[in-house]
Design a protein around this ligand. Sequence first.
Ligand SMILES: [Zn+2]
Ligand SMILES: [Zn+2]
Length: 336
Amino acid sequence: MRAARLHGPRDVRLDEVPVPEPSPGEVLVRVRAVSICASDVRMYWDGHAGGVPLEAPISQGHEFAGEITALGPGVERPPVGARVAVEPSWHCGACDMCESGGEHLCRNIRFPSFPPQTGALAEYIACPAHALHPIPDSIGDVEGALLEPLGVAIHAVHLARVAAGCSIAVLGAGAIGACILAYLRALGHERLALAEPVPGRREWAARFTSQPPVASAEEWLASGHEADLVLECAGENAAIEDALHLAKPAGTVVVVGIPHPERISLDANLPRRKELTVIFSRRSRATLPTAVALVAAGRLDLAALPVRRFALEQAAEAIEATASRPGDMLRAVVLP
Ligand SMILES: [Zn+2]
Ligand SMILES: [Zn+2]
């Protein structure tokens, strides 16, 4: 089969590799769509994932949908032919985190595209059967891949325990920030504000907000704007400090973006004097069924999310496009 594999920093090659054999408990998935995450860009640029080295070439891509073509030993369902979305945090089911319902924090987690686990930028991938969620035909392949970032958004909102009627500010309207706004809307929240520097993204996401989005949180701070809940989705250190400034006393800040650089520093007086709750969100926690149900019921329109489509041999272009944060694209989607 063909696989787009990362060999080193900014070195993606289209390789011919054997079709994987599903192990016991796994199924073989014919990949139909893979959306590219900002975290894929980090490893593409650096050649390692947060210090974990790339010891052998692997495919990137953890947001994907496809159809089941073979079942490994011991697996009976979903059946061959089923179209599925995939929860990419593959947990062990046996550690203390798994046993207490925190599977996404599993101590033995495998994550496709995190070395050494190969990802979905290939024609086929072997996945644990428990990670798959069937999708109806009303959900297309591209939307099927986008269910994963929607699941990340749903998880962040759940962590925030947002109360009805509270004011909410979102920093950053990439795919995750946009999905958070869409999900909050679907839940009936109306007091939604957005700060996003890229004009096209800001204008697209304005459909969800109750006031015109601003280009930067500085504008809000200058005018005294504050919010009960601030969701940081920019992945930048400065945005975390902005979020702490924006939160009302006794408010909540959820850090959804992956801070860059990874070491953060902040004025401790900000959260301390206001007694803020600061939560770091980690991927998603069993949110795929909620995401599928919302989209299938027409309560959230993932098909409206601006994407650009790429062939498998254009995988590097798709990652480069993601890095450039264009205004007319929230996700690059590769169709292997
Ligand atoms: Zn992702
Ligand atoms: Zn575990």
